[in-house]
Ligand binder design. Structure first.
Ligand SMILES: Cc1ncc(COP(=O)(O)O)c(C=O)c1O
Length: 494
């Protein structure tokens, strides 16, 4: 079998058609060394072997090696072979990649309308850790030892099934573990065949938008809402209509010319305000969905973290055959990089949605899903959540005390005793975008509340995630943020 080096040289040789063969081979190897494709210190194949693999004469390869040797690109070690030198010879050309002109950006109109639309509204932050990054849990507390033991156990008895494409919407073991967990923790009633495991909530929403909506179909989304959900809907051609939220959650409009196809809500902890949807609203929403033949997407993203009061059962559990698609994620309870979330579909949709899931995404990561199933079934998931609740409860208390002490009760209007972030309200005239940029320059990452709105009536505030900050660091990070609030910030283009 040919080596990777030979494959690479063959491709480069066929691209260079001018000059004698030994010179072309010398050029290919030299440029591969300069580009870093052949690393310093690596051993080149013996001339005889390379000649056979390239179907060249040995003399041709020897001549190329001799030239490289004479110029100091390679050296020989008696009895060991020929190696690439660590120090490039004087006058060696700069790597080809560096010589190429800087890559020019594509003009906006060279992307598809869909692509340009996505780029224009992108919201993902490059910072995913530290004070006060909202939405990020304390990933450093994950019980790696336990996880590794479960994994090793599985790998000892590996089956071919675990290594091929995922079928049936994910691992049946994880689907069953979720059936049991959701029944107890969230009162969700379903069978394993109704669950599809997805790689994140975005993937679940993408699948739903593609399968349930035609271009131009309307979705009600909460105002304010999670930018991720609305972006995925929008780039799938769904017409997103913001519907205001009050202290009981989404407040359905009295009359709507275009009935919604989807109604997207976060009833147990409205994102980002924290409002809990009242029972009356839940019932009204289900009735409306039935009336309009619409689907409710219930995003239950961090319902596990309530610090007082009773857990609120899922909307999905309110009536049998509710027109609700329930979405949950392990991003907040375990860690976001795990990329495992799930949706519970009504029986009427489940079979076809599994087919669509396999067609579009060809899932994988069965071993991880199996490990997670065992992690849940053996009770580790419940204990981890209990432990994290205590930890987050303390961090939350420290942060809310600081906000109240320095800014007064008006700054914590939306305190809901749940979730992994607090919303610190700011006066209407404040520029929360500039403020979050100024804080970011000091290493404190917050998100501006106004950017969660689509319409022009935007409340001002900052989202402060407390989950991924040690208690001892909360105060100093908060003081940095306060200092930014009292200093005039340089104006930046938005
Ligand atoms: C409202 C909401 N839903 C869901 C998610 C989780 O998404 P994922 O499962 O893709 O990590 C987030 C992440 O921040 C969120 O804010």
């Amino acid at each position: 079998m040919r080596s990777l080096l030979t494959d690479m040289l063959l491709q480069h040789l066929s691209a260079r058609t001018e000059g004698p063969l030994h010179r072309r081979l010398y050029d290919c190897i030299r440029l591969a060394i300069l580009d870093g494709d052949i690393r310093a210190g690596s051993r080149l194949p013996p001339t005889r072997d390379l000649a056979i693999e390239l179907t060249l004469s040995r003399n041709t390869v020897s001549a190329a090696y001799e030239q490289l040797l004479a110029e100091g690109y390679i050296f020989t070690r008696a009895g060991s072979g020929t190696f690439v030198t660590d120090h490039m010879p004087d006058g060696a050309m700069a790597p080809v990649n560096e010589q190429q002109p800087a890559c020019e950006r594509l003009a906006g109109d060279e992307f598809s309308a869909r692509g340009a639309n996505l780029l224009a509204r992108s919201g993902a932050s490059p910072h995913q850790w530290g004070a006060f990054m909202p939405g990020v849990p304390d990933v450093s507390s994950f019980p790696h030892g336990l996880w590794r033991r479960i994994h090793s156990r599985l790998i000892r008895r590996i089956k071919p099934d675990y290594l091929t494409y995922s079928r049936m919407g994910g691992s049946p073991e994880l689907q069953q573990a979720l059936v049991d967990y959701l029944r107890v923790a969230r009162s969700v009633n379903c069978g394993a065949e109704q669950i599809i495991i997805t790689e994140g909530t975005h993937q679940a929403v993408d699948l739903l938008a593609k399968m349930l909506c035609n271009p131009g179909d309307r979705a009600w989304i909460e105002e304010p809402s999670y930018w991720g959900m609305r972006n995925v809907l929008t780039i799938n051609g769904v017409d997103v209509q913001p519907v205001p939220v009050d202290d009981q959650g989404l407040k359905p409009p009295e009359g709507s010319e275009t009935p919604p196809r989807l109604i997207c809500v976060t009833p147990s902890h409205q994102y980002p305000t924290g409002a809990v949807m009242s029972l009356q609203r839940r019932q009204r929403l289900l009735a409306l969905a039935q009336e309009h033949n619409a689907w409710v997407i219930e995003d239950d993203y961090d319902s596990e973290f309530r610090f007082s009061g009773n857990p609120i059962p899922a909307l999905q559990s309110l009536t049998p055959q509710a027109p609700v698609i329930y979405i949950g994620t392990f991003s907040k309870t375990l860690y976001p990089g795990l990329r495992i979330s799930y949706m519970v579909l009504p029986q009427t949709l489940a079979r076809e949605m599994r087919v669509a899931h396999a067609e579009l995404y060809r899932g994988g990561h069965w071993i991880t899903q199996l490990a997670l199933a065992q992690f849940i079934a053996e009770g580790h998931y419940a204990s981890h959540i209990r432990r994290m609740r205590l930890l987050y409860g303390k961090r939350r208390a420290v942060l809310s005390r600081l906000i109240l002490a320095h800014l007064g009760p008006d700054a914590l209007r939306d305190d809901s005793n749940a979730g992994l972030h607090l919303v610190m309200s700011l006066p209407d005239e404040a520029d929360d975008i500039l403020l979050s940029q100024a804080a970011g320059r000091q290493g404190v990452y917050v998100r501006p509340l106004s950017t969660y709105y689509l319409g022009s009536a935007r409340k001002k505030g900052l989202l402060l995630g407390y989950a991924c900050v040690d208690e001892e660091q909360i105060e100093s990070a908060f003081m940095t943020l306060l200092a930014c609030m009292t200093q005039p910030a340089p104006v930046e283009p938005r």
